[in-house]
Design a protein around this ligand. Structure first.
Ligand code: 16G
Length: 254
């Protein structure tokens, strides 16, 4: 049994909550526990089994109440680890006119970054990589797949593919890809980026700690070296509630 259940959900509150079906009462009581902070932002919800046993109601009823709160965006289910109270996030603003790296963007905002590696190695290119990077089927590309985290909040999933000639040892990238490319003077100097709206699906939603269907931003970036050669093709998904892209517009000189 979850130690704090009676502190989080006093039984008398559940019994006196509004009228209507039991699951509505439970939902209201849970909602009140979240709003009052008895269940803090980022806290794990006690297991549904424990909630059912504690309140002497069926698990189906508990599930229905929790489902409603997930739909309302107050709770989020994370595969394999449970249900958590959603943490509201402060939005990160990103200017669209500068070619910066994720690490630099976050450092400038005073946020500490880290990554969880999803993929890192040399592979033969997919048809899409062949097209975007202009490499042949028997060539190699370096793939770097990362969950990018700022101050412990997962912000984006980034999958970068690079022409292997410029990154022959992908394992050499431990924190910043652009810092690593800088060492061999192969940092991109220009990029074209396409941003589109998307609804996050699992497993991406789960990795980013949001509910499936939550708003996201899909970004594709093709980056070029000073010589004009393509070096990088990146597909990223950003949390829509955490990232603002800001473009500065000026009147064209005639
Ligand atoms: C940015 C770039 C990404 C690049 C990464 C390098 C976008 C959408 N993407 O996140 O293409 O690979 O920076 O960051 O802006 P790093 O140097 O911190 O590894």
């Amino acid at each position: 049994m979850h130690a704090n259940l009676s502190a989080i959900l006093p039984l008398e509150m559940l019994q006196s909550a509004g009228t209507g079906p039991l699951y509505v009462k439970l939902r209201q009581t849970l909602e009140e526990a979240i709003r009052s902070g008895r269940l803090g932002q980022g806290d794990a919800l006690p297991p549904e089994r424990d909630l059912a046993e504690y309140a002497n109601i069926s698990r189906v009823t508990v599930r229905k109440a929790v489902d409603d709160l997930v739909k309302d965006g107050l709770l989020v289910r994370r595969q394999g680890s449970g249900t958590f109270v959603v943490k509201p996030v402060s939005r990160v603003q990103q200017r669209l006119t500068r070619l910066t790296s994720f690490t630099e963007d976050m450092v400038r905002r005073g946020l500490k970054t880290r990554s969880e590696w999803l993929e890192r190695g040399l592979f033969h290119p997919s048809p899409e990589e062949m097209m975007m990077l202009g490499v042949k089927a028997d060539a190699y590309v370096a793939r770097l797949g990362r969950l990018r985290i700022a101050d412990d909040m997962p912000l984006a999933i980034e999958r970068a593919s690079l022409v292997a000639e410029f990154l022959p040892d992908p394992a050499s990238v431990t924190s910043s890809l652009y810092a690593e490319l800088d060492k061999t003077n192969s940092r991109p100097v220009r990029a074209i980026q396409r941003i589109s709206a998307s609804n996050l699906k699992n497993p991406d939603a789960a990795m980013l700690g949001v509910s499936p269907g939550a708003a996201g931003l899909s970004i594709e970036r093709v980056s070029y070296l000073a010589s004009g050669r393509v070096i990088e093709f990146t597909r990223s998904v950003y949390r829509g509630d955490a990232y603002d892209f800001v473009a500065e517009l000026t009147l064209a000189e005639t």
